[in-house]
Design a protein around this ligand. Sequence first.
Ligand code: ZN
Ligand code: ZN
Length: 338
Amino acid sequence: MATMRAVQVTRPNGSFEVVERRIPEAAEGSLRIQVQACGICHSDALTRQGTYPGMVHPRVPGHEVAGVVDAVGRGVTGWEPGQKVGVGWNGGYCGHCDPCRRGDFFACVTGQVTGITSDGGYADYLIAPASAVARLPADLAPAEAAPLMCAGLTTFNALRNSAARPGDVAAVLGLGGLGHLGVQYAAKMGFHAVAIARGKDKEPLARKLGASVYIDSQAQDPAAELLKLGGAKVILATATSGEAMSAVQGGLAVHGTLLVVGAAPTMQVSPVWLLAGCRSIKGWYSGTSIDIQDTLAFSARTGVRPMIETFPLERASEAFDRMMSGKARFRVVLTMGR
Ligand SMILES: [Zn+2]
Ligand SMILES: [Zn+2]
């Protein structure tokens, strides 16, 4: 029996266990992917805690997967072994439910999530429905490509679907795993990129990533500073602090949007400020496989790269703790040694 390494969580709040498992077969409609690297995302905590509705253990986490097609299941067209591919949070969609029929594939009623409703990328191999798989450019290293599957996709897709146009002020709140990518995308998309974070010490990094203005939210009022620039057409809120989001909303231009991708539990909203300027607050889901493909192609072409710390697969537990500590600069990636 051919086996592989996998890191699984056996029960809610259990530890990460490195186990030997049988290499799974590619089911009908699916691909088997040999994993080369898998990013560790904060949402992997849902797999560990078992708090995602309906999820069952044991489960292998991981939804920032970069690898190569290893086997193609029956009924799959357009894919062949050896192709460089990636898989993100969206674990596929049915194509025939009402949201899918409206083109909202991300909202498919089957609700498939990589590493939550099916085993993810903390392993040598995973099985993914063909609808969940993205093609990767040849010239991106797997460990650099992996964080773009979720952190990169989320920020790229949110910004490109915002109302901001080249030259408009696009502010990125937070300079962590998502934010350090968001600033790069905002600059490469031709926006007037503004980075907002806590502390003067982050300014050199923000500028290196492409921010033309840096706002230290500890020393300055971020809303007032944005209004000095004419107001932000979009503020991409990557921080997970509701207070930080509330503090920047006053910096929105007329028709500006606070675009929320950080999972803060609550935030204060000023209804009068919203209605007086036709401003809005909107959430953004990351995206599907074709959006990943666009994210990776754009990143390869424009030089957007994540800053990463890599750990071998066996050290997944340590790597996860490093991510949770908030000290990683900026995304933690597991590598499989191939
Ligand atoms: Zn994620
Ligand atoms: Zn569907």
